[in-house]
Design a protein around this ligand. Structure first.
Ligand SMILES: NC(=O)c1ccc[n+]([C@@H]2O[C@H](COP(=O)([O-])OP(=O)(O)OC[C@H]3O[C@@H](n4cnc5c(N)ncnc54)[C@H](O)[C@@H]3O)[C@@H](O)[C@H]2O)c1
Length: 580
């Protein structure tokens, strides 16, 4: 029976048979020989994920000064049931990643169907034809417990396997460029020996031409620019490798405007990436305690941050939202800790701040469940029977990437507490972390293992119709700053919900006017770092009390002019209970 790989839109692709492999290599050889005749260099991009798929298109789009394409790119994706679909889709000119950047689908379509400089394949034989191999496979960091980075390890399996296959197949003259974020030391102490040993087995004495240059891609509105028009750091294992990587990057990226930084050794390039992301993770974690302080002391942390940011020295201060997700920030610091012990052999414990920051970030979203519980309690609704809608499944605004998103832990914790969860996200069709939680991200590493009562979440589907999602809910969690959620009208939300609800703002999405309106409509509002909502609530309550006083003091001769909103406020007042 043939196995299938199913695309996010539900299209089924049978995995290739052994016969397909022979035909596929013949197809590639023919294409490569005609592309070489056009003077183009052959680049194989290994791993068509969030980085590789778009990097492949950027390279395929590269042109010389006379506007002639200079590269022919073969995107190489291993044919697993989970990922094979990316290959046939890309061959049709369809992007395997969804994004807010309109240039992504246009560029992929242009390179595949018009310039004919980009194709995808599933066969490792493609490596035999490459002048340059760009490695964009994943290198994970697996955590064994929630909020304890130290109790984890780098998962090098996919990367080591890829390097082994590269060593077995490539022409020794080809450049291998590792773009994967790796544990510092990997290029020289893991990749180099793997490829060197494979070369020796093939009777090749030449040193591998090997370099590292990490990606700073941001899969949002500026997806392409964050690869092509952005500063890069690179380094080779020897002089020849450095020269080759500098030449390649100069040919495919906008290095005239964004010059390369060439470091002496790959470990420096690898460390730059890990420090860059640990720095950002630390900045975000630092705000967690101030966010709690703000909630308990009537402070709006959003306004405080904006007040501080006017100082140019503090302009990169950021509000953390419900936990720090994405593929990189939760893991990259861990790769540093792991490398120190397991690649470089040190026993002492020099890392204090990096693991603490990541541990704080990894558990921050659990506080959202507490806020939801308290908001519902103030409305006399038990969390255990509440219907809760989470707006946003992605880890950040305006992308369809759910990896390690804060929303996942919010859903898991609230489910554990007995609530029924719904999710809406305009960018996410399937939330695989739930739908396939038994095997995603791998069989033993779903975050479900840290919570009880998670089985039913397999049936969680991402709702695309917001009104339908809102219908009949008890609580609404604004989890992600997708543009669709920034201007929701409280009156419309409450109307769609069918009555007052608890609203939890995780990302400073609600301005004071909206917060006030929710209270006037009888809703309860809470937010991460938003202690001032209590003040707004008290003002709304005071206004209502004044109106009631005016009514009770009114003499028969006096006329009282009450607006529709005043009347609503009076009738909703019963729901404006005090916090306990
Ligand atoms: N996603 C980001 O925003 C981002 C930003 C900067 C850096 N990075 C780094 O870039 C690297 C890649 O990240 P990603 O987000 O693209 O990961 P990803 O998981 O989306 O993609 C990796 C791809 O490699 C494929 N793969 C694995 N082994 C393979 C093999 N032997 N042959 C061919 N394909 C193989 C996987 O099937 C997958 O499609 C990581 O190191 C990551 O830390 C990611």
């Amino acid at each position: 029976m043939s196995e299938y790989s199913i695309s996010p839109t539900g299209e089924k692709f049978p995995l290739p048979s052994s016969e397909d492999y022979t035909n596929e290599f013949e197809r590639l050889k023919e294409m490569v020989s005609s592309q070489r005749a056009l003077g183009r260099e052959i680049v194989v991009v290994m791993g068509l994920g969030f980085v590789g798929a778009v990097m492949a298109a950027v390279v395929a789009d590269a042109e010389d000064k006379q506007s002639n394409p200079t590269k022919f790119v073969i995107g190489m994706q291993r044919p697993s049931t989970r990922s094979y679909w990316k290959t046939p889709l890309l061959n049709r000119g369809i992007s395997p990643v969804s994004s807010e950047d309109p240039e992504v689908p246009l560029m992929i379509n242009r390179c595949v169907n018009e310039k004919k400089t980009l194709i995808a394949t599933y066969t490792y034989d493609a490596l035999k034809l490459a002048d340059v191999v760009v490695v964009d496979v994943q290198c994970d960091y697996l955590k064994e417990s929630l909020g304890n980075l130290q109790d984890g390890r780098a998962d090098m399996v996919a990367l080591e396997e890829s390097l082994e296959i590269i060593g077995q197949n490539i022409n020794p003259q080809s450049l291998v460029l590792i773009e994967t974020t790796v544990a510092p030391g990997t290029t020289e102490q893991v990749a180099y020996p793997i490829i060197k040993k494979s070369f020796r087995k093939r009777g090749i004495e030449k040193d591998p031409i090997l370099a590292h240059s990490f990606e700073r891609v941001m899969p949002g509105r500026n997806y392409i620019s964050s690869i092509r028009d952005f500063w890069r750091v690179c380094s080779g294992v020897n002089e020849e490798s450095t020269q080759r990587v500098v030449r390649f990057l100069n040919e495919v990226l906008n290095t005239e405007k964004f010059p390369l930084t060439v470091l002496d050794r790959p470990i420096e390039s690898e460390t730059a990436k890990v420090v860059e992301n640990s720095f950002r993770a630390t900045l975000l974690a630092f705000m967690d305690e101030w966010s709690l302080f703000a909630e308990q002391n009537g402070v709006d942390l959003i306004k405080v941050i904006n007040a501080i940011k006017v100082r140019p020295t503090h302009s990169n201060m950021i509000f953390p939202g419900p936990g720090i997700g994405g593929y990189c920030l939760p893991k990259d610091g861990g790769l540093g800790l792991w490398a120190y012990r397991h690649i470089h052999g040190f026993e002492d414990d020099i890392f204090k701040i990096t693991p603490l920051a990541i541990n704080i970030n990894d558990t921050r979203s659990l506080h959202v469940a507490q806020l939801t519980r308290d908001a519902l309690r103030n409305m006399s609704r038990p969390i255990a029977s509440a219907e809760i809608l989470v707006l946003g499944a992605s880890y950040r605004e305006d992308v369809g990437d759910t990896r390690y998103s804060g929303s996942e832990l919010i859903v898991r914790r609230l489910t554990e507490m007995g609530a029924e969860l719904r999710v809406h996200d305009p960018y996410v069709l399937h939330w695989w972390e739930f739908e396939k939680q038994d095997e995603f991200p791998s069989s033993s590493h779903s975050l479900k293992r840290f919570f009880r009562g998670q089985e039913k979440l397999k049936d969680l589907r991402v709702e695309q119709d917001l009104n339908k999602a809102l219908d009949g809910i008890d609580a609404l969690i604004l989890a992600v700053r997708h543009k669709h959620y920034l201007n929701l009208d409280p009156d419309e939300v409450v109307k769609s919900a069918g009555g007052p609800i608890a609203v939890i703002d995780c990302f400073g999405i609600l301005d004071d006017e909206r917060i006030r309106r929710y209270f006037e409509l009888g809703c309860e509002v809470k937010g991460l770092g938003r202690g001032h909502v209590k003040r707004i609530k008290d003002q709304v309550k005071a206004k209502r009390e004044q109106l009631l006083m005016d009514i009770s003091m009114k003499t028969e001769k006096q006329e009282l002019h009450l607006s529709k909103k005043d009347l609503e406020l009076i009738s909703n007042g019963v729901k404006l209970r005090a916090d306990d």
